[in-house]
Design a protein around this ligand. Structure first.
Ligand code: TRP
Length: 328
């Protein structure tokens, strides 16, 4: 991943109610930080996408604020990732409308996101149906080459390609770049506290920015077997040790491995060590997060700067597209 240079990378995060967890960090945030070096990287706060499900002013505002504090706490201070706010981009939605007019209905009917939602609800709103077109606009309006996302978003990136291709064909110009997804297939499985894959929907996640007490409670709830305290234990089949491997130095891992194998070391001991390791791993980030709660204006300032850069790009794209389609 780190050999990629000179590309435009873009990804989006939808402000949902849940805090960032360990899985999100390793799957999404860390890869973006790594890839941002030598590339132009955008991180979009996809607040318009939240309107598909959040219809309460306070909730949406709180979600946005929280997700921004989390991201800014995790990004290194010298990061040049451009963070911006989707809903503030004038003309973005105008381009989306133009894209809507070259998007086949039959394509949209194939969207997993829409089909899943329809299966669960008696009626869905049109934003759920149009969601992939807005996401396509997010990506192709910036001529992104690569879009780092989780596996569940793969089809959305295919749609973005299809929509870009449709437009280019309709107007007989290579107007939009065709984006590709960047999905790390080999990303290690991160277990949840119950041993299944970590996921918000299983409620088995370890939150990064929860107060220490809550974090401890989550860690203490990690499922282990019932090997008695005095007996040796197998670190390689233990959920607690799986986390220790994610966060601890090689040396620390070996030290704890030794304790597992020696016996007289309980899972409770391992969990307390894990808590300390995680707190240490995110020490700076957690401090930054809690500091931002009082200094939120710092985030607003950075967000404004990022949004200005993104806005300039959108305006250029808009001027060119209206010229091409006959609306200038
Ligand atoms: N749909 C994405 C998600 O739910 C969020 C998103 C919106 C996005 N626009 C994007 C991701 C553009 C990548 C690129 O996670």
């Amino acid at each position: 991943m780190t050999q990629i240079k000179g590309k435009t990378i873009l990804t989006g995060v939808k402000p949902t109610g849940n805090g960032m967890h360990v899985g999100n960090y390793f799957w999404a945030v860390k890869p973006i930080i790594n890839i941002s070096k030598g590339n132009t990287t955008f991180l979009m706060l996809a607040d318009l996408h939240s309107l598909t499900s959040v219809h309460d002013k306070e909730t949406l505002e709180q979600n946005k604020k929280n997700v921004l504090m989390e991201y800014f706490a995790l990004l290194p201070d010298d990061s040049d990732i451009i963070v911006f706010e989707q809903s503030k981009l004038a003309r973005h939605m105008d381009i989306m409308w133009i894209l809507t007019s070259v998007t086949p209905y039959s394509l949209m009917l194939r969207a997993h996101s829409f089909k899943d939602s329809q299966a669960k609800n008696s009626d869905i709103n049109m934003a759920v149906f149009n969601y992939p077109i807005l996401m396509a606009a997010d990506i192709i309006n910036f001529d992104a080459d690569l879009v780092p996302v989780g596996k569940d978003q793969k089809q959305h990136i295919e749609f973005a390609r299809d929509i870009a291709e449709n437009f280019n064909q309709t107007y007989n110009r290579e107007f939009f770049k065709l984006p590709s997804d960047l999905i790390s297939e080999d990303l290690w499985i991160i277990p949840g506290t119950d041993g299944r894959k970590m996921s918000k929907s299983y409620d088995n996640f370890i939150p990064i920015f929860a107060p220490e007490k809550e974090l401890k409670k989550k860690i203490m709830s990690i499922v282990t077997d019932d090997t008695p305290l005095e007996e040796p234990k197998n670190p390689d089949t233990c959920n607690v040790f799986a986390f220790i491997k994610l966060f601890a130095s090689e040396e620390k891992q070996n030290e704890i491995r030794g304790k597992y194998l020696a016996g007289n070391y309980g899972y409770g001991h391992a969990k307390l060590e894990l808590l300390e390791i995680i707190l240490e791993y995110f020490r700076e980030e957690r401090a930054k997060y809690f500091a931002y709660q009082n200094d939120y204006w710092l985030i607003e300032k950075k967000l404004k700067e990022g949004t200005k850069i993104a806005q300039n790009m959108i305006i250029k794209k808009y001027e060119n597209i209206i010229d091409l389609v006959g609306l200038s």
